[in-house]
Structure formats: structure tokens, C-alpha cells
Write a protein that binds this ligand. Structure first.
Ligand SMILES: Cc1cc2nc3c(=O)[nH]c(=O)nc-3n(C[C@H](O)[C@H](O)[C@H](O)COP(=O)(O)OP(=O)(O)OC[C@H]3O[C@@H](n4cnc5c(N)ncnc54)[C@H](O)[C@@H]3O)c2cc1C
Length: 325
């Protein structure tokens, strides 16, 4: 679950200073002259895992990160499903990755990659501060969740979540709402129904036929509702909605926003094969439709979007990218 006051700020505490210093050496003219064996775009857990494996293969590797190492994990409150850690806060877990990256002396470049050229033997990444060239590129830029756009920020880490797989266990025996658009929250609702007491799906569309055909005992599907705001004092106490012009209150201790996910792949459109949602397609070696370009973690068209799978992707790509370099 996200920390209420998180943002990258917490994840950034210990390394933002270092990145500021590094940005001094990231002047365009310096990097224009430099080529890398492997460049990784994105310093979340997928990118750092790829970096660890590539660096340990003895290659000239750098991670380009636009905000702070740690990515999403650095902002999470509590993680209970990362093997070896029964319960750990995201900042602590992210720090362990960062320590390893530092120990291996993997170069960190503070920049935001804005466009790419994958046509030549050397791939070119064009950032705000400079252009970077590499024999192999690993994309690890993650995703963003589609927000409700109401007051959910207020309750992040205090009952609002974007991920049922991650946070369902915190609501055992309780009632939760799933905010859905044209059925986007049904899969999350079904997952939650096995763990929580009751699930109320609040959908903007007409779900009456669907609800009849797919009856689950502890799931109530409410059609044609628009969420006005989440209410509560210290934590979520419920959701205030509008249904056909009338105000309606739903009492719940959790709200799962399930409006969909957006991969950060705009700059790769027309350059790489993407799936219908914009996730980057890869083969089992994490290689994309362009030879020498890999995609790992949440940005990849994969079955799961979790820390452990992001690490696995990173390990495979980090190793494979070094072959023949
Ligand atoms: C609320 C929530 C709770 C979660 N709880 C769990 C949990 O309990 N257990 C679990 O296993 N998983 C959990 N997850 C999922 C987990 O956080 C992700 O699967 C994991 O962080 C993916 O890592 P990543 O490296 O692929 O992406 P990210 O962590 O998103 O990292 C991507 C990085 O790329 C950088 N970047 C993006 N674009 C650029 C660019 N153009 N140039 C340079 N850098 C760029 C970003 O700044 C970011 O640092 C949760 C997710 C959320 C949102």
C-alpha cells in the first residue's frame, strides 16, 4: 500500500543528493562522447535487477532514472509478499536494492528519456540533459494507475489502494468498494471476494445484465453510479456517490480504484511492438521486436505486475543483454 505522504520523496531521501552531484557530470557534451554496453531506462526494482546482473557480467552499464532510484517500491507502506521478507516497508526494501547497486558501482544518470532511435548498431536514447548511446537497451519505465481524480490522495495508505493483489489482505473480514468503469474492476472484485467480507463494485456503466449472469455471493454490483468523494476521518469510512441524480452513501473501510493501468510507452509507439493496452511485447528472453532492446517489469506485457516478477524480468534481461557484447 502507498504511504500517505509518500511520493518519490521518501524513496529519494538518501540518494537524491548523490543524483544532484551526478547531474553535474551529465552535461550533454560529456555524454555525447560516451558509449555504453548496456543502458537501462528506469531505476525501479526491474531496472536495478537488470543493472545488477549486467554489471556482474563485467559490462559498462548505467541506469538512467528521471526521479529517484527505487521507483514505485520506494513509495509503498507495507509489503508482505516479497519472498524472504514477511513484512517490510517499501523504503527499506528499495534501500536494499540501492545498496547493492552502489556496491557494484553501477553508474546512475539523472535524466528523463524523451525519445529513442533504435535503427543503428548503437541505440540512441535522447534525454533532457543529453544523448546516450549503447549496444543494448533495457526499458524498465513502469506504469501509472488511472486515477479517480477525486480526493483519493487524502486516503492513500489509509484505505485507498490501486492493487488488490497487493493490499487485499489488509482488509480481511471487512467491506470494501471497488471503483470500476465499464467492468474494469470485476477481476479485482473477484480476487477481493475470496479475502474480504463483502465487495461493493461501483460502476459508471450499466452492469445489471452482467451482475445477474455472474452472481458471487459476497459481491454487490451497483450500476450507473459516479463517485463524488471518499469520506472518513483518519481512514476511509465509505464512498459518497451520485446515482441517477440522487446522493448515495456506501459504508466501507477500503476503496480499490480499478480504472485501469497505463504503461509509460508513448515514446516507443511505432518503434516497438506493443499490445492493445500499450505494454511492450517481449519474448521469453525479455527481448522486444527490435533486436538488442529489452523490456522488463511493469512496462512489459506480462502476466503479473509484482516486485518479484519485475526482479525476475530484470535478471533475465540483464544477463541476456550482455551476451555477445
Ligand atoms: C499501491 C501499490 C501497491 C503495491 N504493492 C505491492 C506488493 O505488496 N507486492 C508486490 O510485489 N508488488 C506491489 N506493487 C507492484 C510493484 O510496486 C511493481 O510491480 C514494481 O514496483 C514494478 O517495478 P518496475 O521497476 O517495473 O517499475 P517502477 O517501480 O514503476 O519503476 C520505473 C522507474 O522508471 C522511471 N522512469 C519512467 N520513465 C522514465 C524515463 N522516461 N526516463 C528515466 N526514467 C524513467 C520512473 O521514475 C521509475 O523510477 C504495488 C504497486 C502499487 C501501485
Amino acid at each position: 500500500m502507498h504511504k500517505q505522504d509518500s511520493g518519490v520523496g521518501l524513496g529519494a531521501v538518501s540518494f537524491v543528493g548523490e543524483m544532484k552531484n551526478q547531474s553535474k557530470v551529465c552535461e550533454k557534451e560529456v555524454f555525447m562522447e560516451r558509449n555504453f554496453d548496456v543502458l537501462i531506462v528506469g531505476g525501479g526494482v526491474a531496472g536495478m535487477s537488470a543493472g545488477i546482473y549486467a554489471k556482474r557480467s563485467g559490462k559498462n552499464v548505467a541506469i538512467i532514472e528521471k526521479m529517484a532510484l527505487g521507483g514505485t517500491v520506494g513509495t509503498l507502506n507495507q509489503i508482505e509478499n516479497f519472498p524472504s521478507q514477511a513484512s517490510v516497508d517499501g523504503f527499506t526494501l528499495a534501500q536494499m536494492f540501492v545498496e547493492q547497486v552502489k556496491k557494484l558501482e553501477i553508474e546512475i544518470i539523472s535524466d528523463d528519456i524523451l525519445s529513442v532511435e533504435f535503427g543503428g548498431d548503437l541505440k540512441v536514447l535522447k534525454g533532457k540533459k543529453g544523448d546516450y548511446r549503447a549496444k543494448k537497451v533495457i526499458i524498465a519505465t513502469g506504469i501509472s494507475y488511472i486515477e479517480l481524480g477525486k480526493n483519493e490522495e487524502e486516503f492513500l495508505g489509509r484505505g485507498v489502494s490501486y492493487c488488490a493483489t497487493c493490499d487485499a489482505n489488509f482488509f480481511k473480514g471487512q467491506t470494501v468498494c471497488v471503483v470500476s468503469r465499464k467492468g474494469s474492476g470485476i477481476a479485482e472484485a473477484k480476487y477481493l471476494s475470496n479475502i474480504v467480507k463483502n465487495v461493493i463494485v461501483l460502476d459508471e456503466g450499466d452492469m445489471i445484465v452482467f451482475a445477474k449472469a455472474n452472481k458471487v455471493q459476497n459481491i454487490e454490483v451497483v450500476s450507473n453510479v459516479s463517485v463524488q468523494k471518499i469520506f472518513g476521518k483518519d481512514a476511509v469510512e465509505g464512498v459518497l456517490c451520485n446515482q441517477n441524480g440522487k446522493e448515495k452513501k456506501f459504508v466501507a473501510s477500503g476503496v480499490f480504484v480499478a480504472l485501469g493501468r497505463k504503461p509509460k510507452t508513448d515514446i516507443y509507439r511505432k518503434k516497438l511492438d506493443l499490445d492493445a493496452q500499450g505494454f511492450i511485447k517481449t519474448n521469453e528472453n525479455m527481448e522486444t521486436s527490435v533486436s538488442g532492446v529489452y523490456a522488463v517489469g511493469d512496462v512489459r506485457a506480462g502476466v503479473m505486475k509484482q516486485i518479484v516478477t519485475a526482479c525476475s524480468d530484470g535478471a533475465i534481461a540483464g544477463k541476456k543483454a550482455c551476451e555477445g557484447v
